[in-house]
Design a protein around this ligand. Structure first.
Ligand SMILES: [Cu+2]
Length: 317
């Protein structure tokens, strides 16, 4: 058995360095404290001849040095860890987005091209991948030890995680949050492929329509197009009876909402608009959007969001 897991992602060595530093510094402090305990146990033992009643002499220099040294060491670890954490949770803008839906007890994965998988994620090597994850039931946790990443997957919201896997290979995916009797079986694999084989995999698993195309059908079926324009363009009073915000070019842009905040229209914002419209209503629009909570499943939501994302001013439907 290997003692050390392979470091298969770009951030894995950094995480390992931090953990090793934390363990070494902690061991050094531990060794000092317990070493002194053992030393004094022996030195001041009964019958050692030393007068144990004598008042100890205080050394300010030693006490200050010890306090400052540990403060610097542990504060340094905190800054190091915080910096790493911030970078680990800020996906690069060009990351490829893959959707993950957790449910008791499986991982369902949807690719932008329409490819679907269960308990497996195929990704190209060397490219940043952003996972947008949600749960259909309880709290799960997406964990890939070889990539040194893990994050809770919560029902009712999107959590994101990103990685860039350098080495082609197959790596274990675990659920690391006790999620019911089948928890131990909620495992899968991340298959990292070189670009040509990934391309081949995409073609072999072609679903016939992209996620956005599937979303367009749902957009019509759920009646979204009734207000947001006859062809999904929106914002056009002549095309619909109700005035609704335009969707073309919405994704990634800033939106002024009714309570005065300015938010970025990301996956989470669009999801909230569909399920909890009154909390995120666009300023100057009346609260006529009905909530679709409980009516649209997670997989359909993801497809609809992919469709809205695909709408640009140049390609408005
Ligand atoms: Cu789970």
């Amino acid at each position: 058995m290997r003692f050390w897991l392979p470091e298969a992602s770009s951030s894995a060595p950094e995480v390992d360095h931090l953990i090793i530093a934390l363990v070494l510094i902690s061991c050094a402090v531990l060794a000092l404290v317990f070493g002194l305990i053992l030393l004094y146990l022996f030195k001041y033992r009964a019958g050692s001849g030393i007068d144990r009643g004598a008042l100890a002499e205080k050394t300010w220099r030693l006490e200050t040095a010890w306090t400052v040294a540990t403060l610097i060491a542990f504060f340094g670890l905190f800054i190091w860890g915080a910096d790493l954490y911030v970078r680990l949770f800020q996906p690069p803008a060009d990351a490829m987005k893959i959707y993950v839906i957790a449910k008791q007890w499986m991982w369902k994965v949807e690719h932008p091209g329409g490819q679907r998988e269960i308990d497996a994620v195929h990704v190209p090597a060397g490219r940043p991948i952003q996972l947008i994850m949600t749960s259909e039931d309880v709290i799960h946790d997406f964990s890939v030890p070889a990539f040194r990443i893990k994050y809770d997957v919560l029902p009712g919201r999107y959590e994101t995680l990103w990685f860039s896997a350098d080495r082609p290979g197959t790596y274990h995916l675990f659920c690391t949050q006790l999620c019911g009797v089948g928890h131990a079986a909620m495992v899968g694999e991340i298959v990292v492929m070189a670009a040509p084989s990934y391309q081949k995999w995409l073609e072999q698993n072609d679903a016939g329509e992209t996620l956005a195309a599937a979303g367009k059908t749902l957009f019509m079926r759920y009646g979204c197009s009734g207000c947001h324009g006859g062809n999904g363009v929106g914002g056009n009073e002549s095309a619909s009876t109700v005035r609704a915000p335009a969707l073309a070019g919405l994704y990634g842009s800033p939106v002024s909402v009714a309570d005065g905040r300015v938010v970025t229209a990301d996956d989470r914002y669009i999801r909230d608009c569909i399920l909890l419209p009154d909390t995120q209503r666009v300023a100057s629009y009346s609260p006529v959007m009905p909530s679709f909570a409980g009516q649209i499943g997670e997989a359909d939501l993801i497809a609809i969001i992919a469709y809205i994302k695909s709408l640009t001013p140049e390609n408005p439907s």
